[in-house]
Design a protein around this ligand. Sequence first.
Ligand code: NDP
Length: 419
Amino acid sequence: MSKVLIIGCGGVASVAIHKCCQVPEVFTEICIASRTKAKCDKLAAELAPTTATKITTAQVDADKVEEVIALIKAYQPDLVMNIALPYQDLTIMDACLACGVNYMDTANYEPENTDDPEWRAIYEKRCKEAGFSAYFDYSWQWAYAKKFEEAGLTALLGSGFDPGVTQAYCAYAKKHEFDTIDTIDILDCNGGDHGYAFATNFNPEINLREVSAPGSYWENGHWVEIPAMSIKREYNFDQVGDKDMYLLHHEEIESLAKNIPEAKRIRFFMTFGQSYLDHMRCLEDVGMLSTTPVNFNGQEIVPIQFLKALLPDPASLGPRTKGKTNIGCIFTGKKDGKDKTYYIYNVCDHQECYKEVGSQAISYTTGVPAMCGALMLLTGKWTTKGVHTVEEFDPDPYLDALDKYGLPRSESHNPALVD
Ligand code: NDP
């Protein structure tokens, strides 16, 4: 029924591609295109005997709009799934606009080079005006809204777990559980253990940038920014147990504040073990998280990229990681004039994911929603034109698809709240 171009062939893309191949009646043909074609060929060879989906591969540098345009023109897809890195969001959106194709991704735009003076001037103005200093924000992609609308196209932003499913949980709570939502706490717990003293569960550069940035939350119509890791809480997670979690800035807070304007407070917490935090602080203190190139023996080296080369490849953590993730949202608000609380979450087992698709749960919990987001667009469940985040669409068919394809929801109507 559909032809889909998937850009990227890393940890998350690999799961999304496995999942597309489980739904060949929708994903009739896919083209896996990435910077390193050999990775695409390897995955295609592995999957071809197991699926009716017709798989082809291609090489593309998605930093170059003309290369993406040429590939789209040659392949003629119904949808482009960007599962490369946030650095490529804008070039791939430009190519989709030029070719008249729908677009989706799993993370909002951030620049690879945060020292670029042109970007930096806009960034510093935004920090002052908006009140948060993360390198990533929606403004760059929201700026495409009119162009996508006028072209009659849809760009679905951030269809991973968080962002992604967490926003569908918010839309679901708003549609079925509350008349008004007062507070939203998004809780992301990884109870998995890979046995390494330090490793990141997805792209190290993106991950370390995210967790070393100042934390922030939305309260009474504005951002409150705090030093990184300075708000800590303990929470007892279903099927995982007690974990320390820390308040982080996270991209979906920005769109939720816009789309659920009655929410008085929106926070995001992620669990971290002491070993991860100690290593991260040390790496930051010695400058290893810097994105500014340094000259070493006559060669330019970007410290965080060098660190990435030293750390275990997240894709290799699959066989080693044991335990479960638990990610969801706790709401307080009102229904029929009465106060109520509600918690909706998913629990995912690292080893089960590995058995099914050869990846750990972090890639799995992102790759499955990427496939389900594509499914919504390709089957005409989500058709609004323009540039939209997940909470702007009907959550019901998306959550049904997640239940069916590996990320079933759990609920509590009497959850412990986070103070
Ligand atoms: P990986 O680093 O494992 O994979 C990235 C892939 O993109 C690689 O195949 C890489 O190719 C390819 N790529 C990088 N640059 C280019 C380029 N210029 N042109 C073409 N291909 C390129 O990342 P992950 O799979 O861990 O993450 C993928 C995305 O998912 C990221 O945007 C990340 O932020 C997002 N994410 C979202 C989450 C959510 O819940 N919403 C959670 C986790 C991740 P090569 O092999 O040559 O390097």
